[in-house]
Design a protein around this ligand. Structure first.
Ligand code: ADP
Ligand code: MG
Length: 416
């Protein structure tokens, strides 16, 4: 289905065409017509499927047709980056309209705070906010959300994971009950269903392929003890490749900086930077901007970046370690191959991470191929050790590997 076939205002259609959107993605085909009719929605689709436009387009169409006096729309999102990104997308879609929007997120007080306060008190049409920061403004009593008629919760699963449940409940107290509520989530665990049941009215439910990585992503894995991981990366980058833009994920903030330090020694011709929640907001924005504009080739990140953020043209995502939450794997590798493109995802699996990776394979219902680099980098952890059909070989495996394992232990080898 093409956007022209939607019965939406021509000013909006023009902006959509300027943004090079031609055909609706599957979630958009379902969500946009339902939202245009004013229904509440509970929509679940994996990252990179175009959820943002699914709510921005119907909201803007309503503002053009039914007036945009005061703050009409509140969009609540888990992270600052996502707030900025959605605000930018709104600015694009609303280019030919008189709609105003503003992102409201934490970080520095001072100038930002005053600008946000002004936007809120002067009735900016669409406020895209993180829950914590919005609560701070609400606490000061000048927020008037009485004309809000759309509430959107984006990345709702992430918000609940981050502990924003109470904040969102409190925010709801400030919004008229007569409104359209749209809830978007990449996953639909029971707590989201329960939450949705509490805040949505007779919602239409849309589910599009739960928790499966996009088809265009080639997934591979390498078994590696932590001290072998950099050698594998070095090999990967030494092969002919088109890895212009690479995102490396690590679970801990401490590791992120260590990886940048080590990789900078190995990959001298690449620009490598780190990003984590330790960074000041301005720094985070700057680092992201350099990566988005391809000034930085390799960005090493914690899961701060794994959900929601859309960066075009990422060729390769590397999981330096296996994420603890299987859903995070899907989110991380969803950073590549967005909206029909192709991309590659490589995961480094240490012996300690094997059970976690098995859970991931169960979730995505797929065995990821385990490769080996041709160079000899010493004995590697065994994927099949003591698992399933291999159980009968368990003892042999143990015997065979017990030496190398105990050597690692002796060396004071630490699991990451
Ligand atoms: P999600 O929120 O589901 O993770 P996004 O809304 O961030 O996904 O969209 C992912 C990418 O796909 C963005 O770059 C967006 O601009 C692009 N995109 C979304 N819908 C379309 C479409 N219909 N045609 C072309 N590009 C699209
Ligand atoms: Mg999104």
């Amino acid at each position: 289905m093409k956007f022209e076939e939607l019965s939406i205002h021509e000013d909006l259609l023009e902006a959509i065409s300027f943004m090079n959107f031609e055909k609706l993605s599957p979630i958009q085909e379902k969500a946009i017509p339902m939202a245009l009719q004013g229904n509440d929605l509970l929509a679940c689709a994996q990252t990179g499927t175009g959820k943002t436009a699914s709510f921005v387009i119907p909201v803007l169409d309503d503002l053009i047709r039914n007036g945009n006096k005061g703050t009409t729309t509140l969009i609540v999102v888990p992270t600052r980056e996502l707030a900025v990104q959605i605000d930018q997308e709104i600015q694009g879609f609303s280019y030919f309209t008189s709609t105003t929007s503003k992102s409201v997120y934490g970080g520095d007080k001072g100038k930002d705070w005053d600008e946000q306060k002004r936007a809120i008190t002067e009735g900016t049409n669409i406020i895209v906010a993180t829950p914590g920061r919005l609560m701070q403004h609400l606490a000061l009593g000048y927020v008037n959300f009485s004309s809000v008629r759309h509430l959107i919760l984006d990345e709702a699963d992430r918000m609940l994971d981050m502990g924003f449940y109470d904040d969102i409940r409190a925010i709801l107290q400030h919004i008229p009950p007569k409104r359209q509520t749209l809830l978007f989530s990449a996953t639909m665990p029971p707590n989201i269903r329960k939450f949705a049941h509490q805040i949505l009215q007779n919602p239409e439910t849309i589910t599009i392929s739960l928790s499966k990585p996009a088809e265009g992503i080639t997934q591979t894995a390498y078994m590696a003890y932590p001290n072998q991981k950099n050698k594998i990366l070095s090999y990967i980058f030494s092969q002919p490749n088109d890895f212009e833009s690479v995102l490396i994920f690590s679970s801990t903030k401490r590791n992120v900086h260590e990886i940048v330090r080590k990789l900078s020694q190995i990959l001298k011709d690449k620009t490598i930077e780190a990003i984590s929640s330790d960074f000041e907001q301005q720094e985070r924005n700057d680092v992201l901007m350099r990566f988005k504009s391809h000034k930085t080739n390799i960005l090493v990140a914690t899961d701060v970046l794994s959900r929601g953020i859309d960066i075009k043209g990422i060729n390769l995502v590397i999981n330096y370690d296996v994420p603890g939450d299987p859903e995070d794997y899907v989110h991380r590798i969803g950073r590549t191959a967005r909206a029909d493109a192709t991309g590659e995802a490589i995961t480094l699996i240490s012996d300690a991470d094997i059970p976690k990776f098995r859970r991931i394979e169960a979730l995505i219902e797929k065995d990821v191929s385990k490769k080996q680099i041709p160079q000899d980098i010493g004995e590697l952890p065994q994927w099949n050790k003591g698992h399933g059909s291999q159980n009968k070989n368990r003892k042999n495996f143990k015997k065979k590997n017990s030496n190398s394992n105990s050597q690692y232990k002796k060396k004071g080898f630490k699991r990451t």
